[in-house]
Design a protein around this ligand. Structure first.
Ligand code: LCV
Length: 259
């Protein structure tokens, strides 16, 4: 069974997440399919990609597939991690990616949406950034995705509370481009895509890459880099990390001891 559906028309390529049984969790197999679809879109000269869930979805994506997180001492969010791979594929795609959001967005899927070039959502959509709730460390480039789209205090609120924030609030804060009623969401998003399609694809593509490089331009001393890595290791070698994943699998509330 295919975990995504794709469609291309008039220079606009759509990818619909189609893994409802697991609430569109970002499993390695689905990420592979999305990356393949994006490569195909590139081949076919797609000028805008739309990333979406099925129409009327209650859950846009449940985030990282928790069943794929390693349990013992292995870096849970390494370079080859499905989420990191997907974020890089979105950023490297040589045309804008619009996230079309209905339903709730969880954990790593929030980062995925924030990494898209534009975001259009229904008023009922919500976003919960969950690493602190699951006891999982987050990687530095992932935190930067949050800091590049959200004001510092909002990024902290999202990450420290792990509570869902509504699309309406995020639009007010400039994190989401447009909040649009569900009935008009598709037409509105396609109008937005068509406006981009009419412009120079070369200029748009070059600007996207320039913006990506500039947004990631952070001078970091070797000591600070090692400190960042060391901080992550403190979490993924901890009892809390194992407890968070175990509690998720056992469908219970975790008991964190901070060790
Ligand atoms: C695997 C799942 C998942 C899932 N993985 O349906 O950013 S970080 O650091 O936090 C990163 C590690 C991350 O992204 O972690 C994931 C964060 N996501 C969440 O915390 C959301 C977890 N899911 C839920 O709270 C619920 O599933 C929602 C509210 C999304 C949907 O609730 P609903 O009642 O509609 P179920 O919970 O019954 O889920 C249906 C099946 O999908 C599995 C879940 O275990 C269940 O499987 P079984 O039918 O085998 O019991 N599932 C859901 N999310 N992230 N598996």
């Amino acid at each position: 069974m295919s975990l995504i559906l794709t469609h291309i028309a008039e220079g606009i390529g759509s990818i619909t997440l189609n893994y409802q049984i697991k609430r569109n969790a970002l499993a390695a197999a689905m990420v592979d399919e999305i990356a393949t679809a994006l490569a195909d879109f590139t081949q076919q000269g797609v000028r805008v990609a739309i990333l979406r869930a099925e129409p009327g979805a209650r859950v846009w994506s449940a985030g990282h597939d928790v069943d794929e997180l390693p349990e013992n001492g292995v870096d849970p969010l390494g370079w080859q991690d499905p989420l990191r791979t997907l974020i890089r594929a979105i950023e490297a795609f040589p045309a804008p990616v619009i996230a079309l959001i209905e339903g709730s967005v969880w954990g790593g899927a929030c980062e995925l949406v924030f990494a898209c070039d534009l975001i259009v959502a229904t008023p009922g959509a919500s976003f919960a950034a969950t690493p602190a709730k699951l006891g999982v460390p987050y990687n530095a480039s992932g935190l930067l995705t949050f800091l590049n789209v959200a004001p510092a205090h909002i990024a902290r609120e999202l990450l420290f509370t792990a509570k869902p924030m509504t699309a309406t609030r995020l639009e007010r804060l400039g994190i989401i481009n447009h909040v649009i009623a569900a009935e008009e969401l598709e037409a509105f998003t396609h109008d937005l895509a068509r406006a981009i399609v009419q412009n120079s694809p070369l200029v748009v593509s070059v600007m996207k890459e320039q913006l990506r490089i500039l947004a990631g331009a952070q001078a970091l001393s070797p000591q600070d880099f090692e400190r960042l890595q060391g901080l992550r290791r403190v979490v993924y070698r901890s009892r809390d990390y194992r407890e968070g994943i175990r509690a998720f699998r056992e469908k219970r509330k975790p008991t964190y001891l901070g060790e």
